[in-house]
Design a protein around this ligand. Structure first.
Ligand code: ADP
Ligand code: MG
Length: 424
């Protein structure tokens, strides 16, 4: 919400009070997705004016406040009410089975999704996909949607819990609950994403419970995704938990190196980019285990090559990605981690690397080793090298010592949490 206010404020500064009050104050933030924000406006006229007269200011500000790859999508309430004639699925057309790379880590979920796509409401209902963020849950669930919407012309509806929640709140405010219910109940396939956001939303859970029953009983398919198992979603109602667990639970695990390389190759093939083997390996090694970050880094390399008018080579890639690490906090280099820890304890990076066993230096050094082990892929010997070639047994000892102390000292636990927060 803070970002949204900032966004509005920047726009107001840009276009002046009068236009702002007239055209922007009636806008509602519908939802913030992965790479777009969705806005709702009262009617089609608003939508046209915004798209025609304020498009530049909107897209510039959204990039500035939400991120370079963000776009704005505008819906009018009229358009929503018109859903009788036009069915909106909210699917990303790129999220298909063809574009989904299958490996050991996602084989099971993929097979389950295929089975569901081939016989909706007959194979597994609901299908519940779970796994950490950025591993392909949304892609896979939308692949089911794209397949069924295309092949059988089924009414597919994709919605994240956050959007569902906003939609519900708006409907309650505008006394449009009946329309809200009808809209969701008309779906042949409901894809409900990010269930972890159900925490603490009682009305939403109640509404979802009835929607679930209604769809399930009329033989409609439900596909659910979350980064937690139903039993691990805080405050999830028992009756929802048992329904979510009533079908098939399928997990997606982080990809290994080989899989990461395969995904990069697939992405390169999709947009006809030549991607040398060593570059693919470099990018794959640099990303911990998140496919979204993997893609982000690849995009960055491609953009860098195109801006500088150079072919994609290993040295270009190293340059492109070293820049990235300076700008974003997505993946930090060991160098930056050392800098942050040193700063936290008020010492110099040199002190961390030194041989001094004075407690003022030795303790932060051990903490830093523990953090490196925690947030990077580096091996013990590799970590040792960063600290003036310390032997790997020293690193192991330090990591274990901090781990042990952490359990006993609340103060250290808190310090570590504060530090870790800066690395995510
Ligand atoms: P999640 O919903 O689990 O957070 P997403 O489905 O949004 O993750 O995936 C993040 C990005 O990674 C998407 O752009 C998606 O296309 C891509 N991706 C994930 N898994 C695969 C895969 N197995 N093959 C190809 N692309 C993938
Ligand atoms: Mg997702």
């Amino acid at each position: 919400m803070e970002k949204w206010n900032l966004f509005l404020e920047e726009i107001r500064k840009n276009i002046g009070d009068q236009d702002f009050v007239h055209w922007f104050s009636p806008i509602q933030l519908n939802s913030v997705e992965e790479s777009k924000i969705i806005l709702t406006v009262p009617n089609e006229t608003f939508k046209e004016v915004l798209q025609e007269s304020f498009f530049n200011v909107l897209s510039n500000q959204v990039k500035k406040i939400y991120g370079q790859d963000f776009k704005v999508e505008i819906f009018s309430l009229e358009e929503k009410a018109d859903s009788k004639t036009k069915w909106q699925s909210f699917l990303n057309p790129n999220y298909t089975f063809q574009n989904f790379v299958v490996g050991e880590c996602n084989q099971f979920a993929h097979a389950a999704a295929k089975a569901v796509a081939n016989s909706p409401a007959k194979a597994y209902n609901p299908l519940y996909i779970y796994g950490s963020t950025g591993l392909g849950k949304t892609h896979l669930m939308q692949a089911i949607g794209n397949f069924c919407a295309g092949k059988n012309k089924m009414k597919v509806l994709y919605v994240s819990v956050e959007t569902f929640y906003t939609d519900l709140v708006n409907s309650l405010q505008n006394q449009k609950l009946i329309e809200f219910r009808n809209r969701y109940r008309k779906a042949d396939i409901l894809l409900l994403d990010d269930l972890q956001f159900l925490t603490g939303k009682k009305t939403t859970q109640d509404e979802l419970f009835h929607l679930f029953n209604s769809l399930y009983e009329s033989n409609k398919q439900l596909v659910l995704a979350s980064d937690h198992l139903p039993k691990d979603i805080n405050g999830l109602q028992e009756r929802l938990r048992s329904r979510f667990e009533g079908g098939l639970l399928a997990d997606i695990q982080p990809p290994d190196l080989e899989m990461k390389v395969a995904i990069l190759k697939k992405k390169a093939e999709m947009d006809n980019t030549y991607l040398p083997e060593d570059v693919a390996l470099f990018i794959a090694r640099n990303v911990r285990s998140n496919i979204r970050d993997l893609e982000g880094n690849f995009l960055r390399v491609k953009a860098f090559a195109s801006f500088t008018n150079q072919p994609i080579t290993l040295s270009l890639c190293q340059k492109a990605l070293s820049d990235l690490k300076e700008i974003t906090n997505g993946y930090l280099t060991p160098k930056e981690i050392l800098k942050t820890v040193a700063h936290y304890y008020g010492i110099k990076v040199q002190d961390l690397k030194s041989k001094s066993s004075a407690k003022t230096y030795a303790f932060p050094r051990q903490v830093c080793m523990w953090i490196l082990k925690k947030v990077t892929d580096l091996s013990y010997p590799e970590i040792g090298k960063l600290f003036g070639n310390k032997h790997h047994s020293t690193v192991i000892y330090s990591v274990e010592k901090i781990e042990e102390m952490r359990e006993k000292s609340l103060e250290l636990k808190k310090a570590l949490e504060e530090l870790l927060e800066q690395f995510h």
